[in-house]
Design a protein around this ligand. Structure first.
Ligand SMILES: *Cc1c(COP(=O)(O)O)cnc(C)c1O
Length: 464
């Protein structure tokens, strides 16, 4: 399988090169050169399959002959072996036509583990083959940081440095980063905001010499391999319930929702896809009006969705603009300059065929957590609640059940859950002592040169 950049000016690459590159050299994102298609017999074979088999059957089509099926099957099996539910992504019924798909049974209790556990292993395999080391640096507002640390800490070829805003992530989120074992993982508390952390990381990546010296890389959601692994969510629900199935997706950076569209292009019977947004509703406004407009980010009870310029949208725009890299380039340019991007009539109509959307404020989020508990006995986290509320508010397809992606465990956001339901969500057994574990972290000001020297003295790549 070959990949091309959404901006049309970078070289086409294979799967492993795309995995290691992240962003394309022309600033675009990598997408498959063509969409592989599963036929009716392929889809039929998925019926009742277990989660790892579904991942292998869908994702291997995006890898092609770079990794053999038996080797990939082993990597996938290993990725999900440590998850704490036998079904990996169990489905729970909330109402006659409404289901939850629990995507929080991985090591850090959010759906990001489902792709990152596999991506970490793919990184390790690629680096071992090449005899290389990598230094992963990332900024996190909460969930990505711990998932990246857990994905990479067992690789002797990767050092991971995660910056987070001091005092602005939840205690559970912080401890998931600061208590992870391994001298190749480093949690850095920055005296500043998430944007400050992100600016420091961007400045590092802009320093070409340092980037080379340390082999800097990223694992944020622009990485194609993460998207490819997430297509399995949709295939698995369809294999379990029998298709067609509709979905409601709590959406931030648009990785999961875009994977739903990709599942449809792959030939899977995905019926309706509803985007659940919090008050940061850029995508919902785009779908309603055809215009994307940058606005300031408002903090909400669902912090992992506090995003107003979702990066994976560019991948969808590429399809909406008839796969024209030139058109994407000029529209992204326009957006950068003016903070506005207007879809043409046809592209807007196609977008509306692909997605419904609904924005939900904090009050409705709390109310939904409470009503779901009252009606079905399930505690849900605030991100999941946004999508349940969006599904309930949307005129639903009558001929398919709706599956809501439950993207985080309620115990990851205990304050919001307790406020809504008067119940305190317990951490799963293997994390029950999280609040007693010894923390290990480095504190730092907004000081780029301090960060640089910390990286140089701790990354093994620097010594190599
Ligand atoms: C990252 C995250 C999201 C948003 O997912 P995207 O793929 O970025 O749209 C939603 N919920 C939770 C709990 C998350 O961690």
């Amino acid at each position: 399988m070959r990949y091309q950049s959404t901006r049309g000016q970078a070289a086409d690459l294979g799967f492993e090169e795309v995995l290691l590159a992240g962003l394309a050299s022309d600033g675009g994102l990598y997408v498959p050169g063509h969409w592989p298609v599963m036929n009716a017999a392929d889809i039929d074979r998925l019926r009742g399959a277990d989660y790892p088999s579904v991942v292998t059957a869908t994702m291997h089509r995006f890898i092609g002959d770079e990794i053999s099926v038996p080797e990939f099957t082993r990597l996938v099996a290993d990725s999900y072996a440590g998850f704490d539910h036998k079904a990996v992504a169990p489905l729970k019924q909330l109402d006659h036509d409404l289901w939850l798909m629990e995507l929080f049974h991985g090591p850090t209790l959010a759906f990001k583990d489902y792709a990152l556990q596999l991506v970490g292993r793919l990184f390790d395999r690629a680096l071992t083959r090449r005899g290389e080391h990598l230094t992963i640096v990332g900024a996190t507002s909460g969930d990505t940081g711990s998932a990246a640390i857990e994905a990479c800490r067992t690789s002797a070829r990767i050092d991971t440095f995660i910056l987070f805003p001091k005092g602005r992530v939840s205690e559970v989120q912080r401890r998931q980063m600061t208590t992870a074992p391994g001298d190749n993982v480093h949690a850095i508390a920055v005296d500043g905001t998430f944007d400050d952390c992100q600016d420091m990381v961007k400045a590092l990546f802009a320093d070409a010499a340092l980037k080379r010296e340390l082999s800097l890389s990223a694992v944020n959601s622009i990485n194609w391999a993460r998207i490819a692994a997430q297509i399995a969510f949709y295939a698995f629900a369809i294999s379990a319930l029998g298709g067609p199935v509709s979905f409601a997706v709590p959406t931030g950076n648009f990785g999961n929702s875009y994977a739903a569209a990709a599942a449809r292009w792959l030939g899977l019977p995905v019926a309706q896809v509803t985007i659940g947004a919090n008050s940061n509703d850029a995508l919902a406004r785009l779908i309603a009006t055809g215009t994307l407009e940058r606005r300031a980010v408002t903090p909400t009870l669902s912090p992992s969705m506090d995003i107003q310029a979702p990066s994976n949208l560019e991948r969808l725009l590429f399809e909406l603009f008839g796969r024209s890299g030139e058109e994407v380039r000029s529209q992204m340019d326009e957006f950068r300059k003016t903070g506005k991007l207007a879809l043409g009539k046809e592209a807007h109509a196609e977008l509306k065929r692909l997605f419904a959307a609904h924005a939900v404020d904090d009050a409705a989020t709390l109310q939904t957590m409470q009503s779901v508990l009252a009606e079905s006995g399930e505690l849900i986290d605030p991100h999941t609640a946004v999508a349940v509320a969006a599904a309930r508010a949307t005129a639903r397809d009558q001929h398919s059940p709706t599956v809501v992606l439950a993207t985080a465990h309620p115990a990851k956001f205990p304050d919001a859950v307790t406020r809504a339901t008067k119940r305190h969500p317990d951490l799963p057994g293997r994390l029950a002592d999280l609040l007693q574990r010894k923390e290990r972290l480095t504190e730092m000001g907004k000081d780029l040169s301090a960060l640089r020297s910390f990286l140089r003295s701790h990354a093994r790549r620097a010594a190599a």
